[in-house]
Design a binder for this molecule. Sequence first.
Ligand SMILES: [Zn+2]
Length: 215
Amino acid sequence: MNASQFRVALTFDAEHPDRPHHLVGAEDRLREQLGALEVRATYFVQGRWAEAFPDQARRIGDDGHLIGNHSHFHAQMQMFTEAAIRQDIKMAEDVISSIIKVDPAPWFRSPFGAGADDPRLQEALAATGYRQVLWNASGDDWDHRKTAQQVEDDMVNTALAHGDGAILLCHTWPSYTHEGLAGAVRRLREAGATFVTIDQLDQELVPGIPGLPKR
Ligand SMILES: [Zn+2]
């Protein structure tokens, strides 16, 4: 890898959407876009979403994307008791394993990144064979007050600002993600980016605690 080249991991949280710029049929459209762009991504799948939309969930795995666990109930994990934290992680794992036929371990992303610094969650993840995967770049595609162009620009600029090992937070459902994705991928490739999955990054590059990214 020469100085102008760097790795970017596109990550998508697949979950029940709760914002007004939710695109109907988003998950299949996103897969088609990624296929056309020849990008293999990492998906963090919410258990209850996969239960509700098993065909869409299965096709994500069929396309060969890396699959992680995005909890079952998509709650702020630190609000749970210690036993409930483990139960939530395992419920999602069971659903993902039975529907997508892939073991999501060891990749886990807390909903909202919440509770990542809670020792109870850290212990539960360690005990269940997971590690926390946060992000270090984001277009904030969940924020409907932005425009699609702002989301695209911020995806590009935050990934460029981080450089090698950029982990770009995206969601499957915002219309902005769909509008901005092709432009962001093109611009990042022009700047030297190679798109990888989380398991292709040096693990010390993957931030697991908010505010304290491991470098
Ligand atoms: Zn989420």
